[in-house]
Ligand binder design. Structure first.
Ligand SMILES: [Zn+2]
Length: 298
């Protein structure tokens, strides 16, 4: 199978429900399986070893849901022609199967043989597939954390210069318009340090992720320092329709007060024009799809 065909097969998996509702189950399962291939394990992976890892990934990087359903992608990925089973006769992939059923029957899965071989023989292709999955489903602030969690190393061999990673396509206008709207300060802590004239560690965050269809406009952005940007994308805090910063009740540990709790319940520093105020539709998306835990008292 030519490279581009294989890449587009991964690209075409629909991992978003309507209106930007997140369903990162298949992407996270695929990343787990790609990690196995990168480590040289090309055989079937037992569901029993996938389930605890996938649960943890869904907890850490998925939206907060009452039930995690790590069993769903394990069978459904076969409908995208990207998964096969050790005992296919036991499964009808149009159906859902419980974790118990998958465990009791020792079901195991992996990418189809042809795809596994191609990914194993071509590390650059594997890298492109991994990057595609990350870019389609998660903001860049989370990419390295997810790679670490699934054990994928995207470091390039410096001796092989043809493998240079493509520069990411970012819209520099979005960054500039957001930083200007917030007068070059973090909307939470006011951070705005410069080295001579150069702005340091200040970033333009999407409220509704670009991956979820969030547009590159002021009303969908916040200027945040690098730390607050990451904490925001991980769901440690959110910003509500009244521009109040609300911290998760799951937050604890050293630095929690300085970085988060002292700002809890307070208004963020608003943008310089009313026309730039975050759109409630986007802040509501962040509350439902990214924010973790419950609210604390204000
Ligand atoms: Zn900050």
């Amino acid at each position: 199978m030519p490279h581009n065909d294989l890449l587009s097969q991964f690209q075409n998996i629909n991992t978003w429900k309507s209106k930007g509702i997140r369903a990162p189950h298949k992407p996270l399962l695929m990343l787990l399986a790609l990690g196995e291939i990168q480590r040289g394990n090309t055989g079937f992976i037992p569901y029993a070893s996938i389930e605890p890892k996938l649960k943890e990934l869904l907890l850490d990087f998925g939206p907060q849901r009452k039930t995690l359903y790590p069993n769903f992608p394990f069978t459904k990925l076969a409908n995208d022609n990207l998964w096969q089973f050790n005992r296919p006769e036991l499964l009808d992939t149009k159906q859902d199967y419980s974790s118990n059923f998958l465990l009791k029957n020792d079901l195991q899965g992996k990418f189809p043989d042809e795809i596994t071989q191609q990914l194993k023989q071509d590390p650059e292709l594997l890298r492109s597939v991994v990057e595609t999955i990350l870019e389609q489903n998660f903001p860049e602030t989370l990419h390295q954390d997810i790679l670490d969690a699934v054990g994928i190393d995207l470091t390039i061999d410096p001796l092989n210069s043809s493998n240079m990673r493509q520069a990411r396509k970012r819209d520099p206008l979005f960054r500039e318009s957001i930083l200007k709207a917030y007068e070059y300060r973090c909307a939470v802590c006011g951070f705005g340090v410069r080295l001579k004239h150069k702005i340091l560690a200040l970033e333009a965050a999407h409220i509704m992720w670009h991956q979820a269809g969030g547009p590159d406009v002021e009303v969908n952005g916040l200027a945040l320092c690098a730390t607050h940007h990451k904490l925001f994308d991980l769901g440690a805090f959110t910003v509500n329709a009244d521009l109040k910063m609300l911290v998760s009740d799951e937050i604890n540990g050293l630095g929690a007060t300085e970085w988060l709790l002292q700002h809890h319940g307070k208004s963020i520093q608003p943008p310089q024009k009313k026309a730039f105020y975050p759109n409630p539709e986007y802040t509501a998306w962040h509350v439902h799809e990214v924010f973790k835990g419950g609210y604390r008292d204000i």
